[in-house]
Design a protein around this ligand. Structure first.
Ligand code: SF4
Ligand code: SF4
Length: 432
């Protein structure tokens, strides 16, 4: 029987009720010098040097962009250690001993609204670049590059759909700081020249819609509306969000800006607000622990905090001796990790701990469920077979590159085949 689905249990109801624990007490914080997008990087501080919150401590370098690294606590630079980053890689991290005084660097200052009104597009781009902002929805794509587009932009989307199960980071932000999202959206509209802004949220989030509608009244000079769109998965994928929120169909792989649209995750917009208004980099993020293998908690913690210290704070694992699977991110798109000395980075929002043995794949039964469920209309089972024979030409013909790694094919497969992993491997192979 073909299993085609876009409706998967999101498991968020109980998680949303968790109190937010603000944790600032990590003794040491760690800053990866490289990451998946930036294979090179260098620091500009030395052992024993005192650094302050917001101070530049290095630069990560990608193929066509740079990302500034900032201290998120004040304290002494101690050296380097290897830890796991968001993509599951073990990377060199700069260590800062937290003096818990949170002394702020001199470069951090508030801009008046009058000053912000005089900023040019290039000023916005430069400030956002200097703040090291990246897509906080998980893409980690540099925000300044999106905003620097020369294409005429008609509408900016604030994407608050967060369709991945068990993730509630954007939800928490929309509940607690809706003003920052709207302000960030207005700054993105000013920087891009867009006249319209649309905040896209799930239909079922009536409490969020009420909050945003109420807050929006304070910004009546701007053409901003709330679009209540589908609850299904992957409604938060930018192509689906844009189609549902503003009715513009953009073929996968095309630049959104060519269609007059920019799409930012709501947390990214909040970070744009913090950068423009206060010259601040991202200092903190929400992170949620879920699954039966760990006490379920939501923290707000500094970038650089080790998740192992948060796990200790939560009381450790449940039934320590049971076999467990650790997933960094959501159950659909997350990364399996084998150790928990994971550094909290810009895109760390969830750790799932399940009591499970790693699943054993069974042979494909040719049910075609993966094909019928794929939102970008490619053929996961054929791509897997092409990868197994290392057939690059077939992988290209089958358009492996259009895969958005949504995880639906793995989810529906009755043989428990990790198809999404084959998609990732296939993409890597065609790049070689
Ligand atoms: S992970 Fe890729 S191949 Fe699988 S359903 Fe999603 S988009 Fe399609
Ligand atoms: S890979 Fe899985 S979902 Fe796809 S055809 Fe085979 S058994 Fe069905």
């Amino acid at each position: 029987m073909i299993a085609k689905t876009r409706h998967i249990p999101d498991g968020k109801k109980e998680l949303k009720k968790l109190p937010i624990i603000h944790y600032l007490d990590a003794e040491y914080v760690y800053y990866p010098v490289t990451n998946a997008r930036c294979p090179e990087g260098e620091t500009c501080v030395v052992g024993g040097q005192f650094v302050k919150v917001g101070e530049v401590i290095g630069t990560r370098k990608g193929a066509f962009f740079e990302q500034q690294m900032h201290a998120t606590v004040s304290g002494e630079v101690m050296g380097y250690e290897k830890h796991v980053d968001q993509s599951g890689l073990v990377v060199d991290c700069l260590i800062v001993k937290n003096d818990k005084k949170y002394e702020v660097h001199e470069s951090i200052r508030e801009r008046s609204d009058a000053e912000i009104d005089t900023l040019t597009k290039q000023d916005f781009v430069n400030i956002i670049k200097d703040a090291g902002l990246v897509g906080l929805g998980g893409s980690a794509f540099p925000t300044y590059i999106k905003l620097a587009t020369k294409d005429p932009i008609d509408v900016v989307i604030a994407n608050g759909v967060e369709c991945e199960p068990l993730l509630i980071s954007d939800y928490g932000l929309m509940m607690t700081k809706p003003n920052e999202i709207i302000e960030g959206l207005i700054y993105a509209m000013k920087a891009s020249g867009a006249k319209k802004g649309v905040i896209a949220i799930k239909k079922k989030y009536t409490e969020i819609a009420e909050r945003l509608e109420f807050m929006k009244n304070e910004y009546s000079d701007y053409d901003i509306r709330i679009a209540k769109i589908g609850n299904h998965y992957p409604q938060g994928w930018e192509i689906e969000t844009i189609r549902s929120a503003v009715g513009i169909s953009i073929p996968p792989g095309k630049l959104l800006s060519k269609y007059g649209v920019l799409n930012f995750n709501v947390s990214t917009l909040s970070s744009i607000y913090q950068a423009i208004k206060f010259d601040l980099p991202v200092l903190e993020r929400f992170i949620t622990f879920s699954g039966e293998g760990i006490p379920n908690r939501t923290f707000r913690a500094r970038i650089g905090t080790l998740l192992s210290s948060l796990i200790d704070l939560a009381g450790g694992y449940v039934d320590e001796d049971k076999p467990k699977v650790l997933i960094l991110g959501g159950p659909m798109m997350g990364t399996n990790v084998t150790r928990d000395d994971i550094v909290m980075t810009h895109t760390t929002t969830s750790l799932i701990v399940k009591h499970e043995e790693p699943t054993v794949e069974e042979p494909c039964v040719r049910c075609a469920s993966c094909v019928y469920s794929c939102p970008v209309d490619i053929k996961p089972v054929q791509i897997m077979n092409a990868y197994k024979t290392r057939n690059k030409d077939a992988l290209k013909t089958l358009e492996v590159d259009t895969c958005i790694e949504c995880g639906l094919c793995s989810y529906v497969c009755p043989s428990k085949i990790h198809l999404t992993e084959y998609m990732r491997l296939g993409k890597r192979l065609v790049k070689k």
